[in-house]
Design a protein around this ligand. Structure first.
Ligand SMILES: [Zn+2]
Ligand SMILES: [Zn+2]
Length: 331
């Protein structure tokens, strides 16, 4: 099979011919339809996430069809359409798993980081961490739901459900999905892009943002919650300035540049800063359940697998409108 392989920081992904993997116990073999490119993949390639398996097939926004199953697999069968997210395995026995916080599992494995992922024609995945999907997701456009969608959803669920004015800092793959959910629930979304990024600003307007501006602009109303998707630490004190009393800043990314020092005044009055780490399987089930009643569409730019490096370069430069997705050329 063809795969784009990460061999070390600073090297472009290499197009390789690899044997199709065999599913182990509890695993399924998946013929991949498409795999989205997540910003986390950039953090892996740049060495900001320091413990990848090497060599590694990146990618954790996988849509594919099950072609064979390993021993002990009961929940999934051949021909099922599945999505494979970032959370690839948990131990079930550590204190976090026992407390229902499997996203923090001490022995977790992550797709496209410590397990091979989806920049390939095939992958294996632990069946209990795959989401069974209905036929409506049988397309490349659904791939970004598996991380951009899911992490956006988990971040959104961290905020007070009664909050109305919600800021989204960084309007890319995650925000353009989440805004559709927020609007369906009558929220006002304030979209912040890089300063003077008129393309992203008109993109946010197309999706119905209530207010659109650059990250250093002051929104027209105080916010009750701020979700930060851009990996820029300086957005935390800025978001605190934009927040009303009791408001929350949720950091949706796995990596951020250092946070500059700020005055306690900005945090005072019960403002909160918190991060969102990974996801639980319940997040996925709840997310796809919600999508039964809210239709979201994703804006994607599709690339053949072999052009992954080009897609990554465009994402890095902020030139992707929505999400970049690799589509497999099935031989
Ligand atoms: Zn665990
Ligand atoms: Zn991701």
């Amino acid at each position: 099979m063809q795969a784009m392989v990460f061999e070390g920081v600073g090297k472009p992904l290499a197009l390789k011919q690899l044997p199709i993997p065999a599913p182990g116990d509890d695993q399924v073999l998946i013929k991949i339809i498409a795999c989205g490119i997540c910003r986390t993949d950039l953090h892996v390639l740049d060495g900001e996430l320091t413990s990848p398996k090497l060599p590694l097939v990146p990618g954790h926004e996988i849509i594919g069809t099950v072609v064979s199953i390993g021993r002990n697999v009961q929940d999934i069968k051949g021909n099922d359409l599945v999505g494979v997210p970032w959370l690839g395995y948990t131990c079930g026995t550590c204190k976090y798993c026992r407390q229902g916080k499997e996203n923090l599992c001490e022995n977790a494995k992550f797709t496209g980081y410590t397990l091979d992922g989806g920049y390939a024609q095939y992958t294996v995945a632990f069946s209990k961490y795959c989401f069974k999907l209905t036929e409506q997701y049988h397309n490349a456009q659904s791939a970004p739901l598996l991380c951009a969608g899911l992490i956006g959803f988990r971040s959104y669920h961290m905020i007070n459900p009664k909050a109305t004015n919600i800021g989204m800092y960084g309007f890319g793959a995650a925000a353009h999905i989440l805004i559709q959910i927020a609007k369906a629930q009558n929220k006002k979304v304030f979209a912040f892009t890089r300063d003077n990024d008129s393309k992203s600003q008109s993109f946010a307007r197309e999706f119905g943002a209530y207010w659109v501006g650059g990250s250093s602009d002051t929104p027209s109303e105080k916010l009750e919650a701020a979700i930060i998707f851009a990996p820029a630490g300086e957005l935390i004190p800025k978001a605190l300035k934009d927040l009303d009393k009791g408001g929350e800043v949720i950091c949706g990314g796995i990596h951020m540049s250092p946070i500059p020092a700020f005055s306690y005044d900005l945090l005072w009055e019960e403002r909160v800063i918190r991060s969102v780490a990974n996801l639980t399987r319940d997040d996925g089930l709840n997310f796809f359940d919600l999508l039964k009643s809210i239709t979201v569409h994703t804006q994607t730019e599709l690339f053949p697998l072999s052009r992954a490096n080009e897609a990554i370069a465009k994402l890095r430069k902020g030139e992707i409108k929505g999400a970049a997705v690799l589509v497999m050329e099935q031989a």
